[in-house]
Design a protein around this ligand. Structure first.
Ligand code: ADP
Ligand code: GLC
Length: 521
């Protein structure tokens, strides 16, 4: 089969977007949101983008119109379907033994990492590499591969180590703290190439690091905000990868994530009791009333409603929020915490609410609709972080008129402008920032916000400024498109499509038996 011959010349750029999360198929955090919205924005710019995702139960259940493309000899099957809302084409690697499990993408229901995560994501990366090198068997083959986070780090490596022509790769770091590090012997036992098992490969302080593989082998690197792109070159934010990142600094650029402004739109959000926008805020008051009723909070309290919707982790300073709770409540704030994460923190937040139910509501768990309602109801959004690659939650909050209380690190520094509370009439601020990652500084910041809250005119001005900020994807999607163009232009000269396709018969992803994937005849 020589599909290339039948193609019109100058087809639109084909991008394979490899990700382990994509809302609403799978999501544990912002990666799922970004991986849904960026491809949609690229499609709108004329890019022929398709995603590839592990065949989790949730993904198999949610994807529309799925059909089988190819059986893979090791038991996996390549499916093709579309996302329910944006109709983005999505390949799923259906491999029941590896991905059809109860629990999350990375952990079981008890929040223990799946013990075979290296095998799972090496297999996923190998499948994506095969698709990139040999096409899907149905006339689609990418000109470029865009991989995301450690789960797809090996994809960049497999492509780079491939002996023949191959599409160029871009690797986006959404969070340097999640590295996919595993014992080296496990990598060797899986048959990963020896070239990867050494310090110049993906060896990382005695372990095997999937994230390092992505950073080391991708042709170009991006991360999700300009500030984080600079921060990660330093030991403080580099999570041990800063040396390697400095070596690759010329290939690294920070492109701020956008948000899906249709999905996160208080004027058209089915999760809310009434619509609202910057000029028609009445619906926001209704959202607050309804939420207080729903959660059993005092309906007559006159302090700000402070909401935290975040993973309960050290990154999000959940420990500091916990310590600051009494001070926030003493200030007259009503507080809602909705999240999941560290089991110790989950228990501590639950315990903190006992006896204070009219002032403090803690809802451990992960509910997408509740997150929308909380942003709509909130006066203030607690989104502090020790580090933050981008921070979508903070942008959602601003769009819903909840002013963030946060630290100016990473993407937060690029998206939140501190309100000059001493001079609120002149200020163009959209939130409140504090420097020290301490409970005292957090509480002080909420106190400062509380003063502005008691000045309704100044508050409305700030709220309007926050709601009017443009956080759409278009500008950033164009930056990705320009980057794709840079990468593909030279590759097209050196790797003509016909030669890539001619190599399709021979399995050339460098993997050992457990990972060898044969496209079905
Ligand atoms: P991160 O990806 O580091 O978790 P982001 O702020 O970029 O941070 O993205 C977090 C995403 O996860 C947002 O879409 C946020 O609404 C969502 N989220 C976090 N916790 C919860 C929760 N408990 N329930 C529903 N959505 C949540
Ligand atoms: C990561 C980061 C977060 C970012 C998201 C999407 O999970 O922690 O800051 O917004 O990825 O890129």
């Amino acid at each position: 089969m020589d599909i290339a011959r039948h193609e019109p010349p100058g087809h639109s750029l084909r991008v394979l977007f490899a990700t382990s999360e994509l809302f609403p198929l799978a999501k544990t955090g912002g990666l799922g949101d970004a991986a849904a919205a960026l491809p949609a924005a690229l499609s709108a710019l004329g890019v022929d983008v398709r995603a590839i995702l592990p065949g989790y139960v949730s993904a198999l259940d949610t994807v529309r119109g799925k059909r089988t493309l190819a059986r893979l000899s090791t038991g996996g099957t390549l499916l093709l379907g579309r996302t329910p809302d944006s109709f983005l084409p999505v390949y799923l690697l259906d491999w029941p033994e590896l991905f059809r499990r109860p629990g999350g993408p990375y952990q079981d229901a008890e929040k223990r990492d799946w013990p075979d995560n290296l095998r799972r994501f090496a297999a996923f990366s190998a499948a994506a590499a095969r698709l990139a090198l040999h096409g899907d068997g149905e006339a689609w083959q990418p000109d470029l591969v865009h991989a995301n986070d450690w789960h797809t780090g090996l994809l960049a490596a497999f492509l780079a180590l491939h002996a023949g022509p191959r599409p160029p790769s871009l690797f986006t770091i959404h969070n340097l703290a999640y590295q996919g590090n595993f014992p080296l012997p496990e990598a060797r036992a899986l048959g990963l190439p020896e070239a990867l098992l050494v310090p110049d490969g993906a060896e990382f302080y005695g372990q095997f690091s999937c994230l390092k593989a992505g950073i080391r082998y991708a042709d170009r690197l991006t991360t999700v905000s300009p500030t984080y792109a600079r921060e990660i070159l330093t030991p403080e934010f580099g999570a041990g990868m800063d040396g390697l990142l400095r070596a690759r600094a010329a290939d690294l650029v920070g492109i701020l994530n956008g948000i899906d402004t249709a999905l996160w739109d208080p004027a058209h959000d089915p999760a809310l009791p009434a619509p609202f926008d910057a000029d028609h805020p009445a619906g926001k008051r209704l959202a607050k009333e309804a939420l207080r009723h729903e959660l059993g909070l005092d309906p007559a309290a006159d302090g700000p409603l402070v909401v935290g919707v975040n993973r309960l982790t050290e990154q999000k300073m959940a420990d500091v929020v916990l310590t600051a709770l009494p001070a926030l409540l003493d200030e007259g704030a009503q507080v809602v915490v909705h999240g999941e994460g560290d089991p110790g923190l989950e228990a501590a937040f639950r315990a903190a609410a006992v006896g204070r139910e009219t002032r403090l509501a803690v809802r451990i768990g992960y509910r997408e609709e509740l997150a929308h309602r909380l942003n709509a109801a909130a006066d203030l959004a607690l989104t502090p972080a020790r580090f933050e690659p981008c921070g979508l939650t903070t942008m959602y909050a601003m769009r819903y008129g909840a002013l963030p209380v946060t630290r100016p690190v990473g993407g937060l520094g690029d998206t939140v402008t501190d309100i000059d509370t001493a001079n609120p009439t002149r200020a163009e601020g959209t939130g409140f920032t504090f420097a020290e990652p301490s409970a005292a500084a957090l509480a002080g910041c909420v106190r400062r916000a509380g003063r502005l809250f008691r000045d309704p005119v100044a508050w409305r001005r700030a709220q309007r400024a926050a709601m009017r900020r443009d956080f759409g994807w278009e500008v950033s999607a164009r930056r990705y498109l320009a980057l794709y163009g840079d990468l593909v232009a030279p590759a097209v000269q050196t790797a003509p499509r016909l030669r890539v396709l001619a190599a399709a018969a021979e399995p050339s992803v460098p993997t050992a038996p457990p990972l060898r994937l044969e496209a079905a005849a």
